[in-house]
Design a protein around this ligand. Structure first.
Ligand code: C2E
Ligand code: CA
Length: 455
């Protein structure tokens, strides 16, 4: 009897010990699952739970709570592959932020991103000051191991209850603010309702764009704006995209092109406009015997796609149109994004007689000397320079220089956005070659173009 009792107690103790070990293991495992292995910070899931609790409490306490996303800038990518360096750097950065906001720092799903809860915020300007402190702390130079690089960051912040009432909402809004400021390279932080409105509108437009493409580019059409020489002879016309959306009505290209670029849909749209504009040009050539060129805008991601050149050549072949009648317009930024690949493609295009235009010249990087070494044919001087060409001495000087240097490099110059006769006269005097603008004609649909310019 006594023996049985003894062995029961033994068994009980053994089970108890096993249970404790199991409990410890569970705690360890939970801790592992809930913390980031690099920084040791709690992860996003934990933050979401805490934030939900804090928002609940704030309903009675009235506390204002900030939520922020801190994303390290691109310098971080340089050390990302050196694992040890990266670990130390992330750890140090986390410590610096914790000095300002306490333990409320979490690791995001991305290794270059932290999430922050900022307690007891007085108002937006208080939150802004905290963000400035955080950014300043992150920016402070590091001792080894990263003394050779100064790291920066962007921060997006949203405030409860001002900007959002739920955890999901506050997170989305901070993300929107981060995206906007990162893109504008601005060191500002706080979400505004205006940003949210534009963001949600863009999502709607993107969705509508997808639907319209699925329905065979429903609502898309092309308008053509003529470009003349000094004697009024039609030399080129620019194809410009128009979209009358079923849901939103007419949406200007300045609104939908960036969205199409971001979502990659510009590739389909770009192919469509180039083919159709060239087909129309071919018909005009055949019907009228007049010979002039077509110029088409090309976005960076179009030219960067591997089969761009091939696609253009196939299109020309299928229409039996000579390359000498096709021009493509790129911005300076497009060329600079991936100069080696782009220059190679431009050379191939030029071998078939296609001419390369630089659009909006003067608004980008603008190194005329560098441009001189590139395979280009035409510079389009940006409208802002043309606008106050006659009254603004420095703009007149700029246009003078552009035209003089263009002659040197054998570039043709086009003045875009010419609206007044005096501008035209002045530009003629300084040696500009071609002109486009409302003074001569707005963009016209194909039938109007035929009626006004080809008959
Ligand atoms: P952009 O290439 O600089 O095109 C010139 C813009 O200036 C056109 O606006 C044109 O209608 C307008 N414009 C022409 N003359 C005048 C003038 O005398 N005064 C004023 N105020 N404006 C004038 P649009 O058609 O709204 O196009 C805006 C931008 O959208 C274009 O700027 C271009 O960057 C982009 N875009 C249009 N179509 C396409 C396309 O098929 N593909 C790509 N990638 N971008 C396009
Ligand atoms: Ca253009």
């Amino acid at each position: 009897m006594e023996e049985t009792l003894h062995s029961d107690a033994e068994e009980f103790r053994r089970l108890a010990i096993e249970n404790t070990i199991l409990q410890d293991r569970i705690v360890q495992l939970e801790s592992l699952l809930n913390h980031d292995p690099n920084t040791g910070l709690p992860i996003r899931r934990i933050l979401e739970r805490q934030l939900a609790e804090l928002f609940q409490e704030a309903l009675t306490s009235g506390e204002k709570i900030g939520f922020g996303i801190l994303r390290l800038d691109r310098h971080y990518a340089r050390i990302r592959h050196t694992r040890d360096k990266m670990k130390v750097f992330l750890y140090m950065t986390a410590l610096r932020v914790q000095e300002i906001i306490g333990k409320n720092l979490f690791q995001s799903d991305r290794s270059d991103e932290f999430l922050m809860i900022i307690r007891n915020v007085e108002d937006e300007s208080h939150l802004e000051r905290i963000a400035e402190d955080i950014e300043g702390a992150v920016r402070r130079p590091h001792d080894p191991p990263a003394k050779d690089v100064t790291f920066g960051c962007h921060i997006g912040l949203a405030l409860y209850p001002e900007h959002a009432q739920t955890v999901t909402e506050v997170m989305i809004n901070a993300e929107i603010a981060l995206g906007v400021y990162e893109q504008r390279r601005e060191h500002r932080y706080i979400y505004t309702p205006e940003m949210g409105k534009i963001y949600h509108e863009s999502l709607d437009i993107e969705n509508e764009l997808y639907q319209a493409i699925q329905r065979g580019l429903e609502g898309f059409h092309i308008v053509y704006q003529p470009i003349f020489d000094n004697d009024g002879k039609l030399i080129l016309c620019e194809a410009l995209m128009r979209w009358d959306s079923a849901k939103f009505g007419s949406i200007p290209p300045s609104r939908f092109i960036p969205i199409a670029e971001e979502s990659g849909r510009i590739i389909v749209l770009g192919r469509w406009i180039m083919y159709n504009a060239c087909r129309t040009l071919k018909e005009w050539h055949d019907q009228t015997g007049k010979r002039f060129g077509m110029t088409v805008n090309v976005s960076p991601i179009q030219i960067q796609s591997p089969d761009f050149v091939e696609g253009v050549f196939e299109m020309l072949d299928s229409l039996e149109l000579s390359g000498e009648y096709l021009n493509i317009e790129l911005t300076e930024g497009t060329v600079m994004e991936d100069p080696r690949d782009t220059i190679q493609k431009l050379n191939q295009l030029r071998e078939r007689g296609i001419k390369i235009l630089i659009d909006d010249f003067g608004t980008g990087y603008s190194s005329l000397t560098y441009l001189g070494s590139l395979p280009l044919d035409v510079l389009k001087i940006a409208k802002p320079f043309i606008d106050d060409f006659l009254v603004n001495d420095s703009n007149r000087e700029i246009i003078h220089t552009i035209i003089a240097m263009s002659h040197n490099f054998n570039f043709t110059t086009v003045a875009e956005g010419v609206e007044r006769q005096e501008q035209f006269e002045g530009l003629k005097q300084v040696g500009c070659s071609l002109y486009q603008g409302f003074l001569f004609s707005p963009p016209l649909d194909a039938v109007e173009f035929e009626d006004h310019l080809l008959k």
